[in-house]
Design a protein around this ligand. Structure first.
Ligand code: WT7
Length: 632
């Protein structure tokens, strides 16, 4: 895709929900707040940071040494002190912090702020007893269970840097991520459940730690407590044994604002996935602020973010942001259509969810199965709806607004990335919403749509979405590869380039169109073409492979692979199945191609780079554009 396109803007259609007018929201008037931010950006963030508790105040709000920013210099804090102690030691101590629902109805656990505080302290002490300390990396590879959250918070409590790996990834992906950070400890569980099936996570970890010499210990949570798990005592320790007898208090490590808080891997255009590094101070301030204002969160809200905590959405808006705000959060190990397409609506009715944050891919799946499913449930508790991960197309917006929100609830379509850590663009509560458009930069963020020279493009003309000023929760580096960090700031000098194509309307509302680089967003997950290709090529039968994303009404995109076989290999259905199985085993189920074509050659540049856009144009029956670099 290139940015040479335009969009007709005539048919503007706005919705202004009545639910809460802008003067009643935490933010108040958007334009006024945005102007106040522009007038004094540092003063603006200084005020936000003061709403949190610091062990030592900062001496300066920010230092901008392009492309490196430092925020809240010399400030000392701990995110878990702000997520837990701040509430557990005052009037919110008996308020519910976390409600967890497993795949089956009889699996439920509820933690008050006091209980969550104690569980985190216990496990933090357990980690300390294994020799984990400030700066050590800990890999968390777990199902969606309360202990996944507890493990993250326990690491943060003692200053260990967590690197959560989504439980759907396979052996190679996990191994690569463990080695990437030199993790000292891996935290896992015996099994995870997916659609009623038990998937043995621990076995995957056992394979993934071969060739990962940094790993000293593996902590195993027994979910299936009926079945004893065999533990290898040299390496493996039982979660319950580890916390047994540990104190319910563990002092929060005072962290420098710029100390790393966590690493989270995201797929890159080429090469290995990137370990995005977030810093303690800025991340805390950014996620606290955006959760408060974008969701306009109140003490009586029941907040549900459907993302697995293993993704950035789960980190920022499933756990840290809502807990920083003292909210009651639901987490659920729930697939949207298992056991029925009513499962999620049932959860909303049962728990009285008021703020519901999900992804377009789920919304489109629900549209397809029909409104009879949500209509069977009482969804009147809902107050605010949110979307993230890929463009929320107007049809999906309308369906979400009418069928789920019953024309009452504002929709916040939030644009951001693993790299940005926090929401960057949305339509603040109370502002008119334009279907198909995410909206404008939130106060605190300076964004625009520009051409390759960095000049803002007129309304209706396509361009690249850029961020023009640093923000507190921006990534600090790519773990072990700072060169790749600098690249984000080099495409357009002076700006952070998100690699998304976008278009603006006359009111400054931004429509995000899709990725300009070689990432495929499948069901809201970023998948690098390079990762899938190298997984395919690692199969004995494959000589070369290229993959592209194909637009899909349900998943946003699906993966199509073009494969050149080695001599003597027989193409056919059997081999297709083998290849799919191979990708599933190496990268996990989210990365498997939906289609495989066996081909004799691939379009390449003279320098040998596969021209995926040519394959894509062929596939879509479109003009491939400039093919001057194409090899004969
Ligand atoms: C990419 C970031 C951070 C959320 C989860 C994905 C796409 C994200 C939107 C949106 C259109 C969106 C972009 C972005 N994206 N939100 N509201 N509208 N596109 O995080 O894996 O880092 O992916 O997701 O293409 O660059 P991620």
């Amino acid at each position: 895709m290139t940015e040479n396109f335009s969009v007709k803007l005539e048919e503007a259609k706005y919705y202004t929900p009545e639910v809460r007018c802008r003067e009643q929201s935490w933010m108040g008037n958007y334009n006024k707040t945005y102007q106040a931010f522009l007038a004094d950006p540092d003063g603006f963030w200084d005020n936000v940071a003061r709403e949190l508790e610091w062990f030592q105040p900062w001496s300066r709000v920010k230092e901008w040494d392009y492309p490196y920013a430092r925020w809240f210099l010399n400030g000392k804090l701990n995110i878990t002190h702000n997520c837990l102690d701040r509430h557990a030691h005052n009037q919110r101590r008996n308020k519910v912090a976390l409600m967890w629902r497993g795949e089956t109805e009889d699996e439920e656990r509820i933690y008050t702020y006091r209980q969550l505080f104690q569980a985190v302290c216990r496990f933090a002490n357990g980690l300390k007893s294994l020799g984990v300390g400030k700066g050590d990396r800990v890999c968390i590879y777990m199902p969606v269970v309360p202990e996944q959250v507890i493990a993250m918070l326990a690491c943060a409590r003692i200053g260990a840097v967590h690197s959560v790996v989504f439980g759907g990834f396979g052996v190679n992906a996990l191994n690569q991520r463990i080695r990437g950070t030199n993790a000292k400890v891996v935290i896992t569980a015996d099994v995870t459940y997916r659609r009623g099936r038990a998937i043995p996570l621990k076995n995957i970890v056992e394979e993934a730690v071969v060739n990962a010499p940094s790993v000293e210990r593996i902590v195993v949570l027994r979910r299936d407590t009926d079945k004893p798990v065999e533990l290898h005592p040299e390496m493996e320790v039982d979660y319950y044994d580890l916390v047994d007898g540990e104190s319910r208090e563990c002092p929060a490590e005072p962290m420098d604002a710029e100390d790393p808080l966590f690493i989270l891997y995201t797929s890159g255009t080429t090469g290995a996935p990137k370990g995005i590094v977030h810093a303690c101070g800025g991340y805390t301030v950014g996620t606290y602020y955006t959760t408060k204002h974008v969701f306009d969160i109140r003490d009586d809200d029941i907040y549900w973010c459907t993302a697995d905590p293993g993704w950035i959405t789960g980190h920022s808006y499933g756990i840290y942001g809502p807990l920083l705000n003292g909210a009651t959060c639901l987490i659920a190990e729930a697939t949207p259509d298992y056991p029925t397409p009513g499962t999620w609506w049932d959860l909303i009715e049962e728990y009285g969810v008021t703020i519901f944050y999900t992804a377009p891919t789920a919304i489109r799946m629900f549209m397809r199965v029909g409104e009879e499913w949500p209509n069977r449930y009482n969804l009147s508790s809902l107050r605010i709806l949110g979307s993230v991960g890929e463009p929320l197309n107007p049809e999906a917006f309308e369906w979400f607004y009418h069928t789920i929100g019953k024309d009452r609830c504002p929709i916040v379509d939030t644009w951001w990335q693993t790299e940005t850590g926090m929401h960057m663009l949305t339509t603040m509560i109370g502002e008119p919403m334009r279907p198909g458009f995410v909206g404008r930069p939130i106060p605190g963020v300076v964004a625009d749509v520009v051409n390759r020279q960095g000049k803002p493009v007129p309304p209706g003309t396509g361009g690249l979405l850029v961020i023009k000023e640093p923000w507190p929760s921006m990534m600090r580096t790519v773990w072990g590869d700072d060169e790749r960090y600098r690249k984000y700031w080099e495409t357009i000098p002076g700006c952070y380039t998100a690699a998304d194509l976008a278009v603006k309307d006359e009111d400054g509302y931004i429509m995000v169109i899709g990725r300009a680089d070689d990432l495929i967003v499948v069901a809201g997950h970023n998948i690098g073409t390079a990762e899938v290709e190298s997984a395919l090529v690692s199969h004995d039968a494959v000589a070369e492979a290229a993959v592209i994303g194909k637009p899909d009404p349900l998943k946003g995109n699906t993966i199509k692979a073009f494969v050149i076989l080695r001599d003597g290999q027989q193409p056919g259905e059997k081999l297709k199945k083998d290849l799919i199985y191979h990708v599933r085993m190496t990268l996990g189920p989210i990365a498997i191609p939906s289609e495989i074509d066996f081909v004799q050659s691939l379009p390449k540049t003279r320098s040998g780079k596969i021209m995926r856009r040519v394959l894509k144009a062929q596939e879509m029956g479109m003009d491939p554009g400039d093919i001057s670099t194409l090899e004969e």
